[in-house]
Design a protein around this ligand. Structure first.
Ligand code: FSO
Ligand code: SF4
Length: 541
């Protein structure tokens, strides 16, 4: 195996077993799935050029790509099933093209787009081992940008999937996905073609995040600033981890009046800010920290636990029997709920002891773009009067590797006349600290999940409009932490928007070659994080 798609890649790439727990056969099957996706895209893109498209193929792409995101699916048999489905969808995509074309394709068909025998899981593992990430026939810089594009697509596939669960789609997303994946099979394209496609990936992710923002707010209203209880209520308990709000809503409905309290974990924290979810009085509070602490924290949760998206880790035996996954998230031997019937989770929670009453501290969430725009006048006055000197967006993922203390230190050392905007799971390093307020505006504003980078962008654009300047001219700095492929998608969006001077850490991606890094530095002045003190001094002067 070889995988270097996430920040915790060992020594430039995991080659024996994933640091995440991914086994070589799972890695081979995921590689084969991505390879098969490229083949489907080859035909689907050609069909689209002739005006034909197919919703089943388009939606299958989202499932297949989201499945290969870090910490989503560790179950070889489940991925093998998807590969078999991919062989079928490939055939359908070719037939779609041939039908609209009125004749078979006469050009050269790359190997990835040719039919393949969807055999036993062992046979698929062997086939996948031949189609891994490493490919010495491709220039390393071209390969680097191709991988950036593929990871960006995987990242927004997750967001598009959440939007689809809420019934919202955008054809632009499917069109770009097919075009870009098909391009990775085209040997006639050069480095700058892929750089252009990478920028377009950022644009497509912006479209996707906007779609998800619309899907979430259409369904549940705009988030409002909301205190979230970190203590516990007496009663049975279910913990929900992940990003999918629709799944949470359904669970809230099915547990109403049953004496079960629902707690959020990790990226589900912002759910408390949505009117359509906070109206459930048994949405009780937030439990634990970021994803990488699950094994040591879940043992203390006396109820059922369910993951609705990443980031799942190898479950410890002391909570595995009360753990569930939902949808595309899979772990071998952990019960998966496929659909919206949560009876097994509810029964498990009822059989477990639950919590005693133990009120705790409260933290605030719910500062989406609508809420922040509501106090835009105050914020603008604060900047004009000098009460607010600078904004720092300290956002992104958390992770287990050392070096992430930088973000805690950075937040702690941000001067009192500066506001911190935050999003995604990296905030758990500092969101329980007291930052106070500036003239009634909290100094720490939790914008939401990683996909709510869309809100951060809306806020930045509105500020730039108010001050009649560009986003790069604002007193705003981006201090980002990355872990998995959604962060790649968001980074590409910021580059697409021309955002400069981003500080990225805790380490730079292993899939970026020195030449590609130089390109990013020269064009966007993107740089690695240094020390919290040094970076703050450099930014604030
Ligand atoms: Fe974190 Fe995991 Fe939201 Fe990611 S829970 S690391 S970027 O999946 O998606 O921030
Ligand atoms: Fe390694 Fe990350 Fe790939 Fe897992 S997803 S195998 S940790 S690079």
């Amino acid at each position: 195996m070889f995988c270097f798609q996430c920040e915790q890649a060992a020594n430039g790439g995991c080659s024996k077993v994933g640091v995440c727990g991914k086994q070589p056969e799972v890695a081979a099957l995921q590689d084969l799935l991505v390879y098969a996706m490229k083949g489907i895209a080859f035909w689907a893109d050609k069909a689209r050029q002739k005006g034909a498209k197919d919703a089943e193929i388009d939606r299958f792409m989202l499932d297949g790509l989201f499945t290969t995101v870090t910490n989503v699916d560790f179950d070889a048999e489940e991925i093998a099933k998807l590969v078999r489905d991919a062989a079928h969808q490939r055939n359908r995509a070719q037939a779609l093209f041939e039908k609209v074309n009125g004749a078979p394709y006469t050009g050269q068909v790359p190997e990835a787009a040719q039919p393949f025998a969807a055999g036993t899981t062992a046979e698929l593992v062997a086939l996948g081992a031949r189609h891994g990430v490493k490919d010495s026939s491709i220039d390393p810089d071209v390969k680097s940008v191709q991988e950036i594009i593929i990871y960006g697509i995987k990242g927004y596939a997750a967001y598009a999937h959440h939007a689809l669960v809420l019934g919202q789609e955008n054809d632009e997303i499917y069109a770009y996905t097919h075009k870009a994946l098909a391009a990775t099979l085209d040997k006639s394209l050069g480095l700058m073609d892929f750089v252009g496609l990478a920028m377009e990936c950022g644009k497509t992710n912006l479209t996707t995040m906007a779609l998800l923002d619309k899907a979430n707010t259409d369904a549940f209203g705009h988030p409002v600033p909301t205190p979230v209880q970190l203590g516990t209520k007496a009663g049975k308990a279910i913990l929900v981890s992940g990003h999918d709000l629709r799944m949470l809503e359904e669970l809230l409905k099915q547990t109403e009046g049953k004496g079960i309290n629902i707690y959020t974990h990790g990226e589900m924290l912002p759910a408390h800010g949505y009117p359509g979810l906070k109206k459930y009085s048994h949405l009780a509070g937030n439990f634990g920290g970021a994803w990488q602490d699950q094994a040591k924290e879940f043992v203390n949760f006396p109820g059922a636990i369910i993951f609705n998206t990443n980031c799942i880790q190898r479950p410890a035996e002391n909570y595995k029997d009360r753990l569930f996954t939902w949808g595309l998230v899979q772990w071998p031997d952990v019960k998966n709920i496929n659909g919206m019937d949560f009876t097994p989770v509810i029964e498990k929670a009822l059989a477990l002891p639950g919590f005693e009453e133990a009120p705790g501290k409260e933290i605030l969430t719910g500062f989406g773009h609508n809420a922040v725009m509501g106090v835009a006048g105050q914020v603008i006055d604060g900047v004009k009067s000098g009460a607010i000197r600078h904004f720092f967006l300290i956002g992104g993922c958390d992770g287990a590797k050392s070096g992430r203390n930088y973000y805690t230190e950075f937040a702690e050392n941000v001067p009192n006349d500066c506001v911190i905007l935050t999003l995604a799971c990296g905030k758990f390093r500092f969101n329980k600290l007291d930052f106070g307020d500036i003239g009634g505006i909290p100094r720490l504003l939790d914008i939401g999940q990683c996909n709510d980078a869309y809100s951060a962008i809306q806020i930045a654009v509105a500020l730039a409009g108010a001050f009649n300047c560009g986003v790069n001219d604002l007193p705003l700095s981006f201090i980002l932490s990355w872990y998995e492929q959604k962060a790649v998608a968001i980074l590409l969006t910021l580059l697409h928007l021309g955002v400069k001077n981003i500080k990225l850490g805790p380490t730079l991606p292993a899939f970026i070659t020195p030449n590609v890094l130089n390109f990013l530095v020269e064009n966007f002045n993107i740089g690695p994080i240094g020390t919290a003190e040094g970076d703050l001094k450099q930014i604030l002067g």
